[in-house]
Design a protein around this ligand. Sequence first.
Ligand SMILES: C[S@@+](CC[C@H](N)C(=O)[O-])C[C@H]1O[C@@H](n2cnc3c(N)ncnc32)[C@H](O)[C@@H]1O
Length: 355
Amino acid sequence: MNYIGSKLSLLEFLEESINKVVDKNCNIFCDLFAGTGSVGSFFKKKGYKIIANDIQYYSYVLNKHYIENHKELTFSKLIKKIPELKNIDLENRKDYVCNYLSNLKGKKGFIYKNYCVGGTKNKKELRQYFSDENGMRCDAIRQEIELWNNKELILPDEYYFLLTSLLESIDKYANTASVYGAFLKKLKKIAQNSLILKPANLIINKQEHQVFNEDIKDVLEKSSGDILYLDPPYNQRQYATNYHLLETIAKYDNPKIYGKTGLREYQSQKSVYCSRSEVKKSFKDLILKARTRYIFLSYNNEGLLTPEDIKEIMSLRGKYSYFTKEYNRFKADSDKNRDHKAKKTIEYLHYVVCE
Ligand SMILES: C[S@@+](CC[C@H](N)C(=O)[O-])C[C@H]1O[C@@H](n2cnc3c(N)ncnc32)[C@H](O)[C@@H]1O
């Protein structure tokens, strides 16, 4: 997923830097602003036990699958509904079930009625986040997953796998420049293609992992481990508004929505890390409360906290230093109108070895 602040292209830099600091006895890696789960997934593959957390529910879903799921999914109860599954090899069942869902007839549900032209053309606000066809496909798939879950035809690990597959897939057909803060007036080419549910990647390994859906300040106490990795928002862009549609597809809770973009209420998910007046104090509280041996923080040179703020605060816990890497700024689909000279930023990995 093309996610603001994703660390997908910085994983090697993170690993190389972290390995230069930590000793060999580190087993537990806490990724408490987990977003897409890219960092946790990477370190899960390296053998760490991962504790992941994010305040957004769609992120919780992604991490429940990418991080917590670690055994093959059998879909054995779903055989009642799809008898052919019995003859499919275990490792091919995920594809089979996704294919089954991709072929459902579309339904005029919440997404179609509120975020597609067909469903909104007679309403106060016309919206075009998805083609009518994909809105209906999304509704049909989402409703079927919920029905299977309610009827206990799938287990929780299968439920999160299917929801993750839907979130990852539908995001590829969204009629946006990149985030859900606005939609495009004309249906872009890729948004015109029919939604196909692609099975999300499953990382199999032996460790048990844990995932939370809380404000980080409430999860720190449950997350004592070796390495605390922090990747908070860098600026004022709230994730709750930029990804509100993923939140609604994940929760599918018929929320009250408002305005041009059909935003859901998000007061409880407003991040203090996006607030110039609150970020420094909140960051200090966080660093003082952390219970791990090492703390790492990803941040760039354009964020709300200055490198001096960060040094001052992290030094309160022990020996502080940092690594840097030049990095391309987050890009929307088209960067034609952007100032190319300003595209590069410096990505920092600050750290402290706690005393
Ligand atoms: C920079 S992104 C993380 C990106 C992630 N490392 C990745 O590669 O996808 C920051 C994340 O912090 C989450 N977040 C913001 N404030 C939070 C808070 N107070 N508690 C927990 N998560 C929070 C956001 O929802 C967002 O997913």
